[in-house]
Ligand binder design. Structure first.
Ligand SMILES: Cc1cc2nc3c(=O)[nH]c(=O)nc-3n(C[C@H](O)[C@H](O)[C@H](O)COP(=O)(O)O)c2cc1C
Length: 301
């Protein structure tokens, strides 16, 4: 009998649905025992968001400051799992506060120690450096990262910005302005994600995850858009400056968050198209470098 722990946090239910679909082949297998763990924080985060709450979580999210979580069931802490599927969403280019808080908790130390972990993220599209941060947290907990699945909104970058904001602020996946595509990971991709469970199952049974990631990638598990890597990297540098500035000036927090909002708007609508254009022009020169990046970000090392 194999014991699998499926960890997730989800506000809209999208990641919960992904978690349920990926783990479906495990649930249907009589030799696998699946336990679900829904991370909950003592302080709740609102959904849908409003303007103030959405920007207010920025500094603590980006600086990866944990908040207290509700302890997982004793049964989870007492079980030695054969595999853990860790589903996380990205907030401000970082793991969301609930996920970061779990990964820094004393419970994670017990649950993750020396256990193979497959990360699954369901984000808009900028997940690459958040995954790097999760890798560090997993390493600190002595977990072994053996696979990664990154599910995203496959629409044009700027279109997905509009549609995700509409979703986050209204709470429902709907066609923004009546004609834009639905936000988030597509329904079809969510439904199809049970195929990843089928891919993982024989590796779980063998207890050997060599070549798992190659198999997952060959089946569309990791979307890679090269120009997003460059934007993610640049935005991380700017977010480091902004989050430090805001946290060092608590008295001016409200005002600084307003200025940050203006900066973010300009970065997305003015700077990002310019960066995108420059990246296109430089593409031939950077071809081999981009290929290397693709290999790296689609891997687990
Ligand atoms: C505060 C906040 C910040 C976010 N920042 C990012 C981001 O930097 N990159 C990204 O790809 N998605 C970002 N998203 C989208 C989330 O990763 C995720 O897709 C969405 O919140 C749905 O997840 P759920 O399962 O919790 O509902 C953000 C969402 C929120 C609420």
């Amino acid at each position: 009998m194999k014991n699998v722990l499926v960890i997730y946090y989800s506000q809209s239910g999208q990641l919960k649905e992904i978690a349920q679909n990926i783990s479906l082949p495990f649930v249907e297998d009589a030799n696998v025992n699946v336990t679900y763990y829904n991370i909950q924080t003592k302080k709740d985060f609102p959904f849908p968001w409003n303007n103030d709450s959405f920007f207010d979580v920025f500094p603590e999210t980006f600086k990866q400051i944990p908040t207290e979580i509700i302890p997982p069931d004793e049964a989870i802490l007492q079980t030695k799992f054969d595999l853990i599927l860790l589903h996380f969403q990205v907030w401000y280019l970082s793991p969301s506060i609930p996920i970061n808080s779990f990964l820094k908790s004393e419970y994670a130390k017990i649950i993750l120690n020396n256990v193979p972990v497959i990360t699954v993220n369901g984000s808009r599209n900028m997940w690459a450096f958040a995954q790097e941060k999760v890798k560090v947290l997993l390493k600190n907990m002595n977990a072994n990262l053996v696979g990664n699945i990154a599910l995203t909104d496959r629409n044009i970058n700027l279109v997905s910005v509009i549609t995700i904001v509409d979703w986050m602020f209204h709470g429902k996946k709907r066609k923004a302005y009546g004609f834009l595509p639905l936000p988030g990971v597509s329904d079809q991709e969510i439904k199809d994600s049970s195929k990843f469970g089928e891919i993982i199952l024989p590796f779980l049974k063998e207890n050997n995850y060599k070549n798992l990631q190659k198999n997952l990638v060959a089946n569309g598990a990791v979307e890679f858009r090269w120009f997003l890597i460059s934007m993610d990297k640049k935005a991380n540098k700017m977010f480091t400056i902004w989050s430090s500035l805001i946290l060092k000036n608590p008295a001016k927090r409200k005002m600084l968050l307003k200025v940050f909002k203006g900066y973010l708007f300009a970065a997305i609508w003015v700077l990002s198209p310019i960066v995108h254009l420059i990246e296109y022009i430089l593409y031939p020169i950077r071809y081999f470098n981009i290929r290397k990046q693709k290999e790296y970000f689609q891997g687990v090392n």
